[in-house]
Design a protein around this ligand. Sequence first.
Ligand code: ADP
Length: 423
Amino acid sequence: MKAVEITGLDVRYGAARILEEIAFSAEQGEMIGIVGPNGSGKTTLLKAMSRIVTPESGEIYYNNQDMADLTFRQLAREVAVVPQEIAIQFDYTVREIVTMGRHPFIGRFASESREDHAICTRAMKLASVDHLAETSVNAISGGERQRVLIARALAQEPKVLLLDEATSNLDISHQIEILSIIRRETVRASIISVFHDLNLASSYCDRILLLKDRQIHAMGPPAEVLTRENIRAVYGVDVIVRKHPLTGRPYILLMYDHERGAPQSTRIHILCGGGTGSELMQTLHAQGMQITTGVLNILDSDYLTAKELGIMVISEPPFSPISEESVSILKRCLTEADLIILLNMPIGRGNIENIRVLNGYKEKVVMYGMDSGIQDYSGGEATRLITDLCGCGALRIESIQEMQSFLSSKRLHEKKDKSGMII
Ligand code: ADP
């Protein structure tokens, strides 16, 4: 039996269509994250699911019961809602608000039982608001008030819990604590929660529902939905999606606005490895530079960064020496490059060929980050080669800022060369 089943849901506000043909279901115990840009209809979907707005068409079922047939009391036994923020008109205490979560279970003229009282006390403890029990909800902070609403929802012991960015007012430690508590305390309930933070959604949700322009753009496990392509299509931003080393779930790193980096004519080959080149690649790529890199091992983190940025990378399989074919591609890249940046990467027998070939391109080489000493695992050859490059006058740059001002002065110079003003 599905805890939630929604079919053909359309919602309008006046003439404006807000949601179209929304259809999905949720299993018992499942947590679904609703994500999407501002105005995509996330809150409206939760409002339709809690009968705050009436859909134009479509059905919403909770445990096989049509929501339209349920009384408010019956609905409240099925579904608890934690809104973003509510205005509380009266001077209720925290305990009074939390006790409202028990009202659907208390007879019309009865007062709460000892058990109801115990459930509310426990819910307040879980949400860390028990010390505020007798305080007015109007005399506590926004974050505390949000935890009170979460306690009220926990006290309601719902089968379905709807959260509208319920942790957005909380600091990061409370966010994690509350989401973990909600997950633990509602193992049999199905949770449907709006998230702004895609990484939080990825960490906690079994499935993600991604809304775009009134419709479901994608729905499925986080790894299927939170892809670079989907995020670009829905939010219009470029991100890097990596696999979280501990959870194996996707986590998203914001990159930058591509528009800002107008294409530049400068071609740069970056010789890096072991993650030494990732930051520089991202910075220069953001500025629209034409970058190539390699030769890199395909397990190297710089290789992954280059791939994610769509940078041309010369690569070899793991534990393989650099092949003749790769060397000839590398030489072609070095010939075409205006500049070659050599980073302070670990150099061993596997990648020393990258440095040996520089002999023919000394005048284009700039060294980056060498102040911390050469990482020579080649028995001294790498040190000899790099010292030789320094002896030939290769420029040494130590910071991104220095690199950027060097590149902009170089670009200016190139422009003047081309216009013939300075020879
Ligand atoms: P989200 O939660 O994804 O930011 P909402 O569901 O709040 O999106 O809003 C979806 C769209 O509906 C927006 O364009 C918003 O302006 C509009 N909208 C929201 N509430 C109302 C309302 N009460 N009356 C008219 N339009 C509304």
